[in-house]
Design a protein around this ligand. Sequence first.
Ligand SMILES: CC(C)(COP(=O)(O)OP(=O)(O)OC[C@H]1O[C@@H](n2cnc3c(N)ncnc32)[C@H](O)[C@@H]1OP(=O)(O)O)[C@@H](O)C(=O)NCCC(=O)NCCS
Length: 193
Amino acid sequence: MSDAAQGHGLSIEHALRIDDADMAELCEATDAAIIESGGFGWVEPQGRTALERHFRGVLLVPERELFLARLDGIVVGSCQLVRPPRNNEAQAFGAQLTHAYIAPYARGHGLARLMVTRVEERAAAMGIRVLNLDVRATQATAISLFEGLGYTRWGTHPAYARLGGQTVAGHYYFKLLEPGRGRSTDKLINEAG
Ligand SMILES: CC(C)(COP(=O)(O)OP(=O)(O)OC[C@H]1O[C@@H](n2cnc3c(N)ncnc32)[C@H](O)[C@@H]1OP(=O)(O)O)[C@@H](O)C(=O)NCCC(=O)NCCS
């Protein structure tokens, strides 16, 4: 039975501002994800003050967009869509999906799949043709999520991260998007000019 049929409300929103109640839930979800396994750059839980400073900062960066995942109205995860800076015209057709996580207590309901799909839709609507992301080789669930959504692994960095005194490899992925107007992305990238 689907989550909707079981009465779970799944929703994703592109956050332009965050009120205090949502911020408290977001910080709790973030620290819970960090404690369980990371998935954000942080290795140790940060606490409310540091995380609030981070998310308020994210909302101010023109190239960054923050997406909140809600389960039954409660903020339980987030991710960020990052476009290249304006001086990087050559790579303006691409963007990065980063810092994606769902709190351990809200996993398995399809929220991450919905969140990534919404980010792809938003990126395509902005004319983005390529979505890039990278993930630790140890994040098996995330690997299965992204490969299931059609991301292509193009390389592995053997010294991607350091965790608990160990060096961990990381996989790099991309997915071509179809903005739905103009030439198809395949045609665009394979043609000169
Ligand atoms: C990866 C993560 C975001 C998935 O969140 P989620 O909301 O539980 O995922 P979903 O319920 O949307 O599941 C989507 C897909 O993920 C994979 N998946 C989810 N749970 C899984 C599990 N327990 N075992 C294996 N694969 C699993 C499956 O491919 C699933 O698709 P399916 O339902 O068609 O089989 C979550 O586990 C997480 O936050 N992990 C730690 C942080 C991280 O790895 N972030 C990504 C790198 S930046």
